[in-house]
Write a new protein. Structure first.
Length: 152
């Protein structure tokens, strides 16, 4: 599966994708782990180092695809990148994926300043939390296939 890269967040997203720029994902993070040729101890100890982010992104892509999300898109402009853009009920929602509990995201703030989405989403190791005042929704990564939750 692949994620299309766009530099303009307008609907329809498919009209703004760069045909020569995309990111590939495995259909299953288990395959990603096997291709990485790590010793079982590294996987069992969850000692991926900086590679954790790739696993988290691949997991989110796998879950989005499995839940029928259709084409995957990301937004990239200069040094800012938001991992996923999802169209939900005619609105664009930016989704940042983090592999741990640290959830600061400069790129998400850049996107919000430019496009003023209804809300922003960070998927990470944190618990579910909705901050309506800051228009920021935190989803645990394991809920990626359920995004967006009803009433969210």
């Amino acid at each position: 599966m692949k994620r299309n890269i766009i530099d303009k967040a307008c609907l329809p997203l498919s009209a703004f994708k760069d045909e020569n720029s995309f990111k590939l994902y495995f259909f299953d993070v288990g395959i990603l782990g096997a291709v990485s040729q790590w010793a079982p101890k590294i996987i069992l100890d969850y000692d991926y180092g900086t590679y954790k982010g790739y696993f988290a992104e691949n997991f989110a892509a796998q879950e989005f695809t499995g839940s029928g999300a259709g084409e995957l898109f990301c937004w990239r402009e200069t040094t800012a990148e938001v991992e996923f853009l999802r169209e939900i009920e005619g609105k664009l929602l930016p989704i940042e994926v983090k592999s741990g509990g640290v959830t600061k995201s400069k790129s998400l703030n850049v996107f919000a300043g430019k496009y003023s989405p209804d809300y922003r989403v960070i998927m990470s190791a944190r618990n579910l939390k909705i901050n309506r005042e800051r228009k920021l929704h935190y989803y645990p990564l394991y809920l990626a296939s359920r995004f967006p939750l009803p009433g969210g």
